[in-house]
Design a protein around this ligand. Structure first.
Ligand code: DI6
Ligand code: FE
Length: 411
């Protein structure tokens, strides 16, 4: 046990801890019953059983946890949170039998949100996005990713990423920004996808990297998105600028994007309903995370399931995220995604919790810093008035964290 003496900023006692650390605690949640956590300067300084608490600890603030469950702050590693308007009309069209791809080909879908987003000022975009961010935060989200991709021109892509930066300055939350310029082909480039990809690589990416507005890029590699060679061009340019790589892959068909993304050491490949055996093997031989997005599966009434059993058998980390967007996953609840991942995809509640903590941290390259309750990690913590950690996936009955800490600060 580490020797700790002297003062610490905060001590939380009388909590059951779900560390989510495979090397800490017991069972699939890395449990420490009747535990305590000491925090200093935003970092977890000590954790363990209450009975082993170093007597020399002198906390400035003490919180009695009343036997509640302490868990890592939740991490939503895939959102398109910033956009204008909504797509309720399209929802009606789909219920009348039109497919998502048909609507996209007719200029609706992603393009309808692009048009609404282009029309918003920076302030309007922030105001429309604020309630979505606040909904995520109310559930204990301490880190999230926000993608651009509803601009498809430099001006609007910058506006979206600046809105994300502005929100990060206004709220106690970590926001990772991803540039998704290659989300759809804008009408200005109809029939010239290669020319648009050139613009993404040469006119947009360098400016975004220069302004530090994104830490990663993403591409929608799909029949209605971009093909493998176009996707690879974006990956190459991103890598040359030192950005991380992510992919929307195998959502509507097997485009073999996963094999390409893993060859570029992608942080994550997301969706994966149509992932092939070869795709699973590529993931197995990589450090890339498989991110599952049950909200989009559900909302599109998809019937092809991602190959969860194969991913599990191959030991591939499975993250879970909202994919929060107006067209295919208009949901602001990671807990709903946990529930859907269990009911629709067959994850266990502990896999679902790992999917929104440890594995989602890895999908953002933050796994040495957050996503577990572990000494030296950021004190991003949530305290839940529940009797078991499975309740986060099982009981969507109005529970909210009674306490959320972000970098050790009570939120
Ligand atoms: N796949 C998705 O599910 C989102 N983007 C993507 O590439 C949906 C985007 C939208 O329909 O607005
Ligand atoms: Fe998405």
């Amino acid at each position: 046990m580490t020797k700790i003496t002297g003062p610490c900023d905060l001590l939380i006692t009388h909590v059951h801890i779900a560390t989510m650390d495979p090397s800490g605690g017991t069972g699939s949640y890395g449990e420490i019953p009747d535990g305590a956590v000491a925090i200093d300067q935003g970092v977890i300084q000590w954790l363990g059983a209450l009975t082993e608490l170093p007597i020399s600890l002198q906390p400035k603030t003490l919180i009695h946890g009343q036997g509640q469950w302490l868990m890592p702050g939740l991490i939503d590693c895939h959102t398109h949170l910033i956009y204008g308007g909504n797509r309720a009309t399209e929802f009606e069209q789909r219920l009348e039998g039109k497919s998502y791809s048909d609507i996209a080909r007719e200029g609706g879908g992603i393009m309808s949100t692009v048009n609404a987003t282009r029309r918003c000022s920076l302030d309007e975009l922030i105001e429309q996005s604020r309630p979505r961010l606040e909904a995520l935060l109310s559930e204990g989200v301490t880190t999230l990713e926000i993608k651009s991709g509803y601009g498809l021109n430099l001006e609007t892509e910058l506006k979206i990423l600046r809105a994300a930066r502005e929100l990060e300055q206004q709220y106690p939350v970590r926001i990772e920004k991803t540039f998704l310029g290659a989300h759809a082909l804008p009408p200005e480039f109809a029939g010239q996808p290669d020319r648009y990809i050139e613009v993404v690589c040469e006119d947009m990416l360098p400016v975004i990297a220069e302004e530090g507005l994104a830490t990663a890029v993403d591409v929608f590699c799909e029949t209605i998105g971009f093909n493998l060679s176009q996707t690879e061009k974006v990956f190459q340019r991103a890598q040359s600028l030192g950005l991380g790589i992510k992919l929307h892959g195998e959502q509507l068909s097997d485009s073999q994007g996963t094999q390409l993304a893993t060859a570029y050491d992608a942080l994550s490949v997301d969706h994966l309903e149509y992932l092939s055996e070869e795709g699973v093997k590529a993931l197995e031989n990589s450090a890339t995370v498989a991110t599952l997005l049950p909200g989009a599966f559900y909302f599109l009434k998809e019937s092809q399931l991602p190959p969860v059993e194969k991913l599990r058998a191959s030991g591939i980390p499975m993250a879970l995220a909202t994919d929060l967007n107006p067209g295919t996953s208009p949901f602001t609840s990671l807990r709903l995604m946990m529930n859907m991942a269990c009911t629709l995809f067959g994850l266990t509640p502990s896999e679902a919790l790992a999917g929104v903590t440890r594995h989602s941290a890895r999908a953002l390259g933050l796994h040495h810093h957050t996503g577990m309750i572990k000494t030296g990690y950021a004190a991003d913590l949530t305290l839940w008035p529940v009797n078991s950690p499975a309740a986060l996936a099982a009981c969507l009955t109005g529970e909210h964290p009674s306490l959320t800490l972000y970098n050790g600060e009570v939120r």
